[in-house]
Design a protein around this ligand. Structure first.
Ligand SMILES: [Ca+2]
Ligand SMILES: [Ca+2]
Ligand SMILES: [Ca+2]
Ligand SMILES: [Ca+2]
Length: 348
């Protein structure tokens, strides 16, 4: 199965990076191994991260945790001592992610036609260089053709603008590419339109898989044709670009691969895909969905996924004031069962 859909991008010029994109790509010292995530700190640690009740004997996993501030919750084992796991300002003191971490968003596809979303996402979409030609500058030169003077910091020939990452903006002055979809921006769908040649140039079984794949229609454009928007929202939540005035993702330095995929049944194809990922050390985060129930549908029910649900600290419900503000009240996004691995706080 879709080996590309679950592939992790290769490390792109990390060791040579010294130029910055306008959003915060990490700036580790040259030669820093990509496994050393602590070297990718973005925010200065101005105070020790909050470490609440130590009920495991170790404080490591709670580095980004906080407590609710309500004694009835914070002292209750049933409430996990009020530990709040989601706090990006604390998490970003550890890392804001790395551009070689690729998140496949298996959802409704992506709304290339949403200009606002594209401002946050167009540079975060992983591009398959095996299906793309080298970018050319305004003079028609590729990076190797114009680098005789050795002026570039990043040797990656696809990183024409030399900011350390290969993305759509490297084609900004390429005469072969236009705003074909008319959204006012150069975006990955414009590359799909410009460079689809009907040939599986990288021989991976997917013709012109330039920026994701559409498994619903079995074609190379994961465009969300019905404008459902959920996949676009998930992509923004995970990786929306920082410091550009728009939305902000939890992992603003990571990359995404949009994949249109929709199913509520448990097909052998889906099971094989999950096993393929498992056997290749690629984690799959599986939503338990929204039905306030014990789910058996995939991928949440598959033991080789990380099954996630959400919980809400209710202040009121059905006209009643709830006290304390427990996480144990049910809401429409809450699911339960022994296969839940991680619970996150949600607002709905
Ligand atoms: Ca670049
Ligand atoms: Ca466009
Ligand atoms: Ca291909
Ligand atoms: Ca091709």
């Amino acid at each position: 199965m879709p080996r590309f859909a679950f592939a992790v991008a290769s490390v792109v010029g990390l060791a040579a990076r010294s130029a910055l994109a306008t959003f915060p790509f990490p700036t580790p010292p040259a030669g820093t191994p990509p496994q050393n995530y602590a070297a990718y700190l973005r925010l200065p640690v101005t105070s020790p991260p909050v470490r609440p009740v130590d009920f495991t004997g170790s404080t490591e996993w709670k580095l980004t945790s906080d407590q609710t501030g309500e004694p009835a919750i914070d002292s209750s084992p049933a409430e996990l001592f009020g530990v709040k796991g989601m706090s990006v300002d604390l998490a970003w003191q550890v890392t804001t992610g790395r551009p070689d971490v690729l998140i496949a968003v298996l959802d409704s596809g992506i709304r290339w036609d949403d200009t606002g979303a594209m401002q946050d996402l167009r540079r975060k979409v992983h591009l398959n260089r095996g299906e793309l030609p080298l970018p050319r500058d305004a003079a028609g030169h590729t990076k190797p053709e114009s680098s005789a003077g050795g002026a570039f910091l990043n040797p990656d020939p696809y990183d024409l603008n030399d900011d350390g990452v290969f993305d759509v903006t490297d084609y900004a002055n390429d005469a072969r590419v236009t705003d074909a979809n008319g959204n006012g921006l150069l975006d990955p769908q414009d590359l799909i339109r410009a460079f689809s040649n009907g040939t599986d140039d990288d021989g991976n079984g997917y013709v012109d898989d330039i920026a994701g794949w559409n498994f619903l229609d079995d074609d190379n454009d994961p465009f969300d044709e019905v404008s459902y928007g959920h996949g676009t929202g998930e992509a923004e939540d995970s990786t929306a670009e920082a410091d550009n005035g728009g939305a902000l993702g939890t992992c603003p330095n990571c990359r995404i691969m949009p994949v249109a995929l929709g199913a509520v049944n448990n097909t052998s194809f889906a099971r094989a895909a999950i096993e393929y990922a498992w056997n290749n050390d690629v984690p799959i985060i599986a939503s338990a969905a929204d039905e306030e129930s014990f789910h058996h549908n995939p991928p949440a029910a598959n033991r080789h996924t990380i099954t996630v649900n959400s919980v809400t600290r209710f202040a009121s419900q059905g006209g009643f004031t709830m006290s304390p503000h427990s996480y144990l009240y049910l809401n429409g996004c809450t699911n339960y069962g022994g296969n839940i691995a991680v619970a996150i706080e949600s607002s709905s």
